[in-house]
Design a protein around this ligand. Structure first.
Ligand code: DC
Length: 244
């Protein structure tokens, strides 16, 4: 009798794999596709935590540049990745990266650091060194994470995987406006060139390239408003039982 009940429980647990897991929504896509803003707004709707995985690569690149590390030196970068004194502090409308006690949000939000991040992110052992740090963000009541490989590598069992896309020109335009609002001025043409280069490196690297997971829903945001994208993602999440 006891073993019968136990057997039934095992059967119930094994068929209800996702039921007992902390829900994760992954939002992957190229730079400027709106991942960050959409993630924050979706996380707000469901009261979930946020993982800005790009910020982790950006902070690593920033720290490496500050120390004068060669961005191709995988050994040194791996050691730096493992020992990075990085935390995230909730701030109005998101989270701020704190490196060694200092808020470096502004320092990492330019295309130059983005390009450096994309270079260090192409190194397989550096990516491996950052995996546990990213997975530790999966906390109750749930997580919205954005990046390039969150649905393919970091959280392959995520309940909902979104791939956000938009034309390179539209993404450069958004980055340009975003930077202007943040008091940074960089010419549009330069941003567009850097975005194209970064796309090319992120999509064509051999490890964890930027590709939609086979079970991801692709949303082209080129002519959508942020609110439309957010309500699309929230609807898909509710269809998968998130927030109910
Ligand atoms: O999302 P972002 O623009 O802040 O990311 C900066 C760079 O970091 C991006 O060009 C590639 C890298 N990255 C990555 O390789 N994997 C992730 N999950 C997130 C970012």
């Amino acid at each position: 009798m006891a073993s019968g009940v136990f057997g039934a429980m095992i059967c119930f647990f094994s068929t209800g794999k996702d039921f007992f897991m902390i829900p994760v929504i992954t939002i992957d896509g190229p730079g400027g596709s709106g991942k960050g803003t959409v993630s924050r707004m979706v996380a707000d709707i469901f009261g979930f935590h946020i993982l800005d995985s790009g910020a982790i690569y950006r902070v690593l690149a920033f720290a490496a540049c500050k120390e004068g590390t060669d961005l191709a030196d995988e050994d040194v970068l791996c050691a730096l990745a493992r020992n990075l004194d990085l935390s995230f502090r909730p701030v109005d409308g998101g989270v701020a990266p704190i490196l060694g006690g200092q808020d470096i949000s502004k320092e990492i939000r330019n295309e130059t650091t983005g390009s450096a991040a994309s270079r260090v992110a192409a190194l397989p052992r550096v990516r491996a060194a950052l995996l546990d740090r990213q997975r530790a963000f999966q906390q109750e009541p749930g997580l919205v994470g954005d990046g390039r490989d969150l649905g393919t590598v970091v959280f392959p069992d995520a309940l909902l995987k979104i791939f956000l896309d938009a034309s390179a020109e539209e993404r450069a335009r958004r980055r340009f406006l975003q930077q202007q609002a943040g008091g940074i001025s960089q010419p549009y043409e330069e941003i567009l060139r850097e975005i194209r280069e970064r796309d090319d490196r992120d999509r064509n690297r051999p490890v964890a390239p930027l590709v939609p997971a086979s079970d991801a829903v692709t949303v082209d945001t080129t002519s959508m408003s942020i609110d439309e994208v957010v309500s699309t993602v929230a609807r898909l999440a509710r269809e998968r039982g998130i927030g109910s």
